[in-house]
Design a protein around this ligand. Structure first.
Ligand SMILES: [Ca+2]
Ligand SMILES: [Ca+2]
Length: 409
């Protein structure tokens, strides 16, 4: 009985709100206006000023209170007054989220305007950001080596080192000299750091990746991860990395969370030659993946005297990443001596336009993340493809550079 009374009260309350019975046949449902009769109101409060160093982010977090705005989505816009060469001042959009992470390359006093729009109601507030000089000199390129973990490839023979420390020392020098750093096949990677935060410039691409394609293939793509040093400890922590979702990321042929384990070849093994003259050992280097597939990397005539396996690694090691499908076609009547290799449109290194917009970053579930900038970049090979006599499809890392870098003071 008690339950029944409670239920009746709910129905009464419901009816009172809409002013009619839900089963009243005379009522036309179209005439019910879901919009409140009163216009929404917006209350803004924004701190008057902020201070921060050059190339460091400061969080500008306004308090926004919206009343009578239910069902309406507020639009946010942050703008900066910029003066062009002719002396004319205009507003440049720098953000469209509620919280702004402001970063500036130059020491100056900046006026930042914030606009909130709910339906037809607009409210504005302003703040000043004072950006101070640091006395430091910055480099547009990411020259700090964080890590290097290549995958097998005939080029690995150039790294005759027993320990990782020795390899890192060599690669550190190569990074400064902008020489070719081999990444090998799937999962082979290099991670580098900037001496400043590369700003995620609104509506623009932010940094570029330069690779050294091998002579046989003009473009071979590499995938990109980025990290913003959110906790300001100067390190790229595991939970700070995000993948750049390029043009292939959402395709059904793309395999997320792909893992490959490479096994050290036995140097005393007798080579198993193939039918084609370049197939020196068809069962050279064993691999298996996390999809129950396995196989061998062929040692080609080109790499006959080379050790493909990174010599400082143990008997096996596993690499992870997103595997992308790249169209590859033998155009030498099956002799494996010439191939057409496809390429990707955007969001990768080693393609025609290898510039990256930090706004393409996604989390592990594929959801977009809003990063104010990037301190670290990781580049890795997303393919496990052999192109006959030319060996494994690979690429050689050269450098990563900030595209909107400003040196002046
Ligand atoms: Ca951007
Ligand atoms: Ca960190």
């Amino acid at each position: 009985m008690k339950k029944y009374i409670k239920y009746s009260l709910y129905v009464l309350a419901f009816n009172a709100f809409f002013g009619c019975s839900s089963d009243d046949p005379k009522e036309d449902p179209v005439s019910i206006d879901p919009k409140p009769a009163v216009d929404p109101t917006i209350k803004l409060s924004l701190k008057a000023d902020y201070t921060v160093e050059r190339y460091k982010a400061v969080e500008v977090n306004p308090e926004v209170v919206i009343e009578n705005g239910s069902g309406l989505t507020p639009q946010y816009k942050w703008t900066l007054k910029v003066t062009d060469k002719a002396g004319a001042t205009k507003d440049s959009v720098i953000g469209d989220a509620k919280i702004l992470h402001f970063i500036a390359p130059l020491a100056n006093n900046y006026t930042v305007d914030f606009t909130v729009t709910v339906d037809k109601v607009v409210k504005q507030a302003s703040t000043k950001v004072t950006v101070s000089e640091t006395g430091k000199t910055y480099n547009s390129k990411a020259l700090t080596l964080l890590d290097y973990l290549p995958s097998p490839h005939y080029g690995m023979d150039n790294y005759e080192f027993a320990t990782k420390a020795e390899v890192l020392e060599r690669v550190r020098e190569e990074l400064m000299e902008e020489s070719m750093i081999p990444l090998g096949t799937f999962g082979g990677s290099i991670s580098v750091g900037f001496d400043h935060t590369v700003i995620n410039t609104y509506g623009k691409r932010d940094f570029t990746i330069r690779m050294n394609s091998s002579s046989t293939v003009k473009f071979t793509p590499v995938s990109v991860y980025v990290a913003y040093d959110a906790n300001k400890n100067g390190l790229a922590d595991d939970n700070e990395w995000y993948e750049i979702a390029g043009s292939e990321y959402r395709k059904s042929s793309t395999v997320k969370n792909y893992e490959v384990t490479y096994h050290r070849p036995n140097p005393d093994k007798v080579p198993v030659a193939g039918a084609l003259d370049w197939q020196f050992d068809k069962e050279y280097l064993k691999w298996n993946d996390n999809k129950s597939a396995n196989g061998f990397i062929t040692k080609t005539a080109r790499g006959e005297y080379n050790n493909y396996y990174p010599q400082w690694m143990g008997d096996s090691y596993t690499v992870k990443g997103t595997k992308v499908s790249l169209p590859v076609k033998d155009v030498s009547d099956g002799s494996g001596k010439a191939f057409n290799v496809g390429t990707f449109e955007w969001g990768y290194g080693g393609i025609k336009d290898p510039s990256i917009d930090i706004s393409w970053a996604v989390d592990s579930n594929g959801n977009k993340v809003h990063l104010p900038g990037v301190d670290f970049v990781k580049v890795y090979v997303p393919t496990l493809i052999e192109i006959g006599a030319s060996d494994l499809l690979t690429n050689f890392f050269k450098e990563v550079e900030d595209l909107n870098f400003t040196t002046g003071k």
